[in-house]
Design a protein around this ligand. Structure first.
Ligand SMILES: [Zn+2]
Length: 175
């Protein structure tokens, strides 16, 4: 739990977590909004590693980049798609997927290909799904100050009931 909370602190010191377009831009994430089916499918994340020719800066002409023949480097291309019709705040979907793209250990950092679907029906028995929700809750709900009920959390921080409950649990567990 502590690591999710400290990751969230780091995120909040770097970004305004409500401005997901700006976060996507500075994190090199392609953010796409789609008009998908109502409810159910909230979004998905995708990461693919592509190989690009490697380049080095010219010693003779600084600022000019030379291609290194035969050498290629691996580049991660990350994207998040948000279904505008999911009935869940966009930032909530975004941060859940962000967690998977950057912090989910299972296969993602090493795999050539990763696709994740975020469903409101949620397979929350999976550990990484729980952690992705905890991360999103910690990023969007910095503390429970001024909140006495789940409804207060939903209203003050603009999160779904599901995430408000996660927030109540993670901060409750801390004390
Ligand atoms: Zn997930």
């Amino acid at each position: 739990m502590e690591s999710v909370l400290s990751l969230a602190d780091d995120i909040r010191s770097l970004y305004d977590p409500r401005d997901i377009d700006a976060v996507a831009l500075s994190s090199d994430i392609l953010l796409v909004r789609t008009d998908g089916p109502e409810g159910k499918d909230a979004g998905f994340a995708h990461i693919e590693y592509v190989r690009r020719p490697a380049t080095i800066e010219s010693l003779a002409r600084p600022g000019e980049w030379l291609r290194v023949w035969g050498a290629r480097k691996k580049i991660a291309v990350r994207s998040i798609a948000i279904n505008r019709n999911a009935g869940i705040p966009e930032a909530e979907i975004f941060w859940h997927e962000y967690y998977h793209l950057f912090f989910s250990p299972r296969g993602i950092q090493h795999g050539e290909h990763f696709v994740h679907h975020y469903s409101t029906e949620g397979a929350l028995h999976f550990r990484e799904e729980r952690r992705a929700d905890e991360f999103a809750a910690a990023v969007l709900v910095p503390s429970l100050a001024g909140c006495e009920t789940i409804a207060d959390i939903m209203e003050q921080h603009n999160v779904s009931e599901r995430l408000a409950k996660v927030a109540a649990r993670i901060y409750g567990a801390e004390s």
